[in-house]
Design a protein around this ligand. Structure first.
Ligand code: PGA
Length: 251
C-alpha cells in the first residue's frame, strides 16, 4: 500500500516572515494528518521554517541544490548546507530548472546521486512540453528523463526516491491533465521502473502528479490507481488552498 504524499513547492515566493506565518498555519491545521506532507520554502526561509516545523509532522523540503559537495560554485547551495538547516527532501529536475535554467539530465543525475548519498529523499520531476506531447513524444521524453535521472542508482537507494510527473503545459497554467491521461503516464513510468529496476520498485514507488492541482481536481486525480500524491505550486502558497488539497479525502 503506497502512502499518499502531498508536497508544496513555494517557488520564488515568500519572505522569511511570510514563510514562518504560513508554515505555522499549516503545522496547526495539519497536526493530526496521517499522510506524508512536505513544504519547500525558498532557501532564505529554510532555517526559520525548520524552527516552526521541528515538532510537527510536516517535512522540510528544498527546491534545488548544487551538484557537488562544496567548492567554487557561485550562487549555489550545497547538500551539506541543506542538511545543516534541517532539510530532509529535495526537489530535483523541476521543469523550471530544466527549461528556464537549462539543466540537463546529466547534471540532474549528479544531484540525485549526491542527495541520496547524503541521505536526503529526492523528488525527481519529469514531464513533457506541449510540443512534445503534440508530436507524440511524451512517453519518450519522460522515459529518457527517468532513465537518465536515475542512472547509476543502487536498488535500495530507490526507496528514497519519489517521482513527480508534471506535464510542463499544466504547470501554473490552470490546465490539468485528464486524470485518465495522467494515470496512463504514471502507469508507463511504473512499467519503465519495473524493466530498469525491479517489480518491487515499480509497485512501491510513490509517483506524484503535478500541474495546476487544486481543491477542485485533487480527489479525482488521487482516486486514480497509479497516482500517489501531488506536487503543488500555486495552490500551496496559502493555507486555505493547500490544506484542502492535503485533506482531499475529506472534500
Ligand atoms: P502549479 O505548479 O501547481 O502552480 O501548476 C506545480 C509545480 O510546478 O510543481
Amino acid at each position: 500500500m503506497r502512502k499518499p504524499f502531498i508536497a508544496g513547492n513555494w517557488k520564488m515566493y515568500k519572505t522569511i516572515k511570510e514563510a514562518v506565518e504560513l508554515a505555522g498555519s499549516l503545522a496547526g491545521a495539519l497536526a493530526s494528518e496521517k499522510k506524508k506532507v512536505m513544504i519547500a520554502p525558498p532557501f532564505t526561509a529554510l532555517a526559520a521554517v525548520h524552527e516552526v516545523l521541528k515538532d510537527s509532522n510536516i517535512l522540510l523540503g528544498a527546491q534545488n541544490m548544487g551538484p557537488v559537495e562544496e567548492g567554487a560554485h557561485t550562487g549555489e547551495i550545497s547538500v551539506k548546507m541543506l542538511k545543516d538547516v534541517g532539510v530532509s527532501v529535495v526537489i530535483l529536475g523541476h521543469s523550471e530548472r530544466r527549461h528556464v535554467y537549462k539543466e540537463h539530465d546529466h547534471l540532474i543525475n549528479e544531484k540525485v546521486k549526491l542527495a541520496l548519498l547524503n541521505r536526503l529523499e529526492v523528488i525527481l520531476c519529469v514531464g513533457e512540453t506541449l510540443k512534445e506531447r503534440e508530436d507524440g513524444l511524451a512517453e519518450n521524453v519522460v522515459e529518457n528523463q527517468l532513465i537518465n535521472g536515475l542512472d547509476g542508482l543502487q536498488q535500495k537507494q530507490l526507496d528514497s526516491v519519489i517521482i513527480a510527473y508534471e506535464p510542463v503545459w499544466a504547470i501554473g497554467t490552470g490546465k490539468t491533465a485528464m486524470p485518465e491521461d495522467a494515470d496512463k503516464m504514471h502507469s508507463y513510468i511504473r512499467k519503465i521502473l519495473g524493466k530498469r529496476f525491479s517489480k518491487k520498485t515499480a509497485e512501491s514507488m510513490i509517483i506524484q502528479y503535478g500541474g495546476s492541482v487544486k481543491q477542485g481536481n485533487v480527489r479525482e486525480l488521487m482516486n486514480m490507481e497509479n497516482i500517489d500524491g501531488a506536487l503543488v505550486g500555486g495552490a500551496s502558497l496559502k493555507a486555505e488552498t493547500f490544506v484542502p488539497i492535503v485533506q482531499f479525502d475529506k472534500n
